[in-house]
Ligand binder design. Structure first.
Ligand code: FES
Length: 133
């Protein structure tokens, strides 16, 4: 019984096992050679490397949904930009987070979100303060 309890207490979760089993890959991120696990997303890798990528719908520790498209990056050999919060390793990665194409895309998404937010505030119903004024 005690051995069973010890085995249970020392068990690792499926996620921990996947992380331990994940092999690493080396690739170029903005010209810098970076080594990361296969399971890491590009935005996680960039965060660790000190590379800033804008984000609206991504938060570390939560499941990435890839809705806002503000974290787009360019991956050499791919026709369209990729959401860095959802993209895990692919073969022969050579990524750019600051190319003109990437910055234009990120800026457009952030501007559209700001405009949408401003419009929502204008059209929001008036709220009364607790004092009744
Ligand atoms: S942060 Fe929203 S799609 Fe990546």
């Amino acid at each position: 019984m005690s051995e069973l309890r010890d085995a249970t207490m020392n068990a690792i979760t499926r996620i921990e096992r996947e992380e331990a089993d994940a092999s690493t890959v080396t690739f170029l991120l903005d010209g810098r050679e970076i080594t990361a696990r296969h399971t890491d997303t590009l935005i996680e890798i960039a965060d660790r490397a000190g590379v800033q990528i804008p984000r609206l719908c991504y938060k570390a520790g939560m499941e990435a949904v890839g809705n806002c498209r503000s974290c787009m990056v360019e991956i050499k050999g791919e026709r369209v930009l990729a959401a860095s919060c959802c993209r895990t390793r692919s073969t022969a990665w050579k990524s750019h987070t600051t190319s003109e194409r990437v910055l234009k895309s990120q800026q457009l998404v952030i501007e559209l979100a700001a405009i949408r937010h401003a419009r929502a505030r204008v059209h929001a119903p008036q709220t009364r303060s607790m004092s009744g004024r």
